[in-house]
Design a protein around this ligand. Structure first.
Ligand code: URA
Length: 236
């Protein structure tokens, strides 16, 4: 495969940018500075570095985004900004999509990928991937609420799976952690509202083994590490 095509496939640089990197001598193949963007190499055999970083070539891409409030968990919308708009153009072209949705006003961890099979596994109720949310509520929460969550709340027609409610601080404004194994529409908000404690702030902090990176500011993203990707694939 051509060097420029191979490096652009990481989604981090355009073909034009790769040509520039090569010109600037920042691309190294098997220890030697690459002298042409059109030379052909094998992503399995050759060791390609950009600015000393060894590149990994995988068919799919996995990105952790710290979603801010006010942005839609969608890939396109006529009027509103979407989470895809927060990624650079090179990644947008790869058609990444969010794995599960967060409400427009919810913040926190959002995994974005172009790996449909992994997304399907993570979202399937069969695999029971725990999602942990931090919430602030306008109203008190009690041990009784924790017991009701553990039992499985009935929300109209919906019988929720047993969930965990942990109280971090109880008062007029309470702080809680909610752990869910499912992800129905507005579920955390509806669960807490049904207990008389409507949510005023919601943030997802983890999804299965994936924990929101504290160094990511709202609106920032990074690639998952090799270890994080392995953990996702090792989920039962
Ligand atoms: N539950 C909600 O109510 N909103 C979200 O965004 C995620 C879970």
């Amino acid at each position: 495969m051509r060097l420029d095509k191979m490096i652009a496939s990481t989604g981090r640089w355009s073909r034009k940018e790769v040509k520039q990197l090569v010109k600037e001598g920042r691309v190294v193949v098997d220890g030697k500075i690459a002298d042409g963007a059109d030379a052909k190499y094998d992503p399995e055999e050759n060791r390609i570095q950009v600015d000393r970083e060894v590149l990994r070539f995988s068919e799919y891409h996995y990105v952790m985004l710290h979603k801010p409030a006010g942005i839609l968990s969608a890939t396109e919308d006529r009027y509103a900004e979407t989470v895809l708009d927060l990624l650079p153009r090179e990644l947008q072209k790869l058609e990444l999509f969010p794995v599960g949705r967060l409400d427009k006003d919810t913040e926190g961890l959002l995994l974005m990928t172009d790996d449909g099979a992994l997304a399907h596994r993570l979202l399937s109720p069969k695999h029971h991937v725990d999602k942990v949310y931090y919430a602030r509520t306008d109203g008190p929460v009690s041990e009784e609420d924790c017991a009701a969550f553990a039992e499985g709340l009935q929300l109209g027609e919906l019988k929720c799976l047993p969930a965990k409610l942990e109280i971090l601080s109880a008062g007029i404004i309470s702080e809680v952690l909610v752990t869910l194994r499912e992800g129905k529409f507005h579920q955390v908000k509806r669960m807490l509202e049904s207990r008389g404690a409507p949510v005023v702030y919601l943030k997802r902090i983890s999804m299965g083994p994936l924990v929101l990176d504290k160094t990511l500011e709202k609106g920032q993203w990074r690639y998952l590490t090799k270890e994080e990707i392995e953990k996702l694939f090792n989920l039962k």
